[in-house]
Design a protein. Sequence first.
Length: 343
Amino acid sequence: MPTAWILAPVTLAIVLGISGVAKLREGSATLNSMKQLGLGRLAQPWLAAALPWGEIALAIALLVLPGVWGTLAGVAALALFAAYWLLIARALREPAKVNCGCFGKTIDGTVTTWTLARNSILLALALLALAGTLLTEGVLPGLLALGTQAWWLLGAFVIAALVFVTVRPEHATAAPIMTHAVPMGDEDDEPLFDYQRAPIPFASLQTPDGSTVTLRDMAFQQARLLLFVSTTCGGCAPVRERLAEWTAAMPQIGVHAVYTQKPTVDGDGIEPALTNLFDPDYNTTRIFGLTGTPAALLLGADGLMAGGPVVGSEGVIDFVEMVNEQLNGVQIEGEFEEVGDAE
């Protein structure tokens, strides 16, 4: 069996194995990613639970099944990677960033053109793997027949392929991580950390009644903490669960959940609250370059940005806790000026 025909199914098997094991550790995140990818009624808990096991089983089948069964495994792999390719291509057309959860939390799952390129290569490998099942006796006999030199060649190719399909380049335009947590009441106040405070951009959000409010007008009345979340985002759940707690703990500032989807009659899973805001056209999301949800921004009462953007569940929670600690310091120690007036 030529070494070339082994490369494609072995690479696919390793990729499927990594993907399956990563998904097993995060069943709820897989379900939320399926919802973000627009699977609709197919986004069911049982399917999210079965998907990683299916990927692992398919990985094993690609390696060990011979003859007709091996061909069926090749067809299944081609169908699976074709479906993944179509889902990624459709997700790229969405105005907001989508997390595919392709490899769980092991790798950043934000869908970009790099994701589509990666999936295009995997789709091509699936096609080669299917062709190999028709032209050879199977992967396992070929692996057993390899000499020492061929094993080195196979290993080098697989490692190079895995690095390419699982490691993504960093984005030069990635949102900066916040370093300053408390908005001061005066533009001349010294920041607590090294943070370049830029003016709040001309952006707006919708209120529950459908009216529009600008971020600058909101901040002029009171400093604001904006938490961008979604009802279909697994990482947003810990943030949404603490919204009421944070609102009560920080009466000095306005705490707002910002949803991208418009509320429906039944609320669409959105908690009823007067502090909810909406960004249905993703205009504000794009202005700040937010790469996903959850995300957080802090608007100062002096018209300047005071923190963020921060993206990711752990980062957002740490960010809010830092804000809370600094505001408590304002109250208890009296070292800094009070931030805005409470509503």
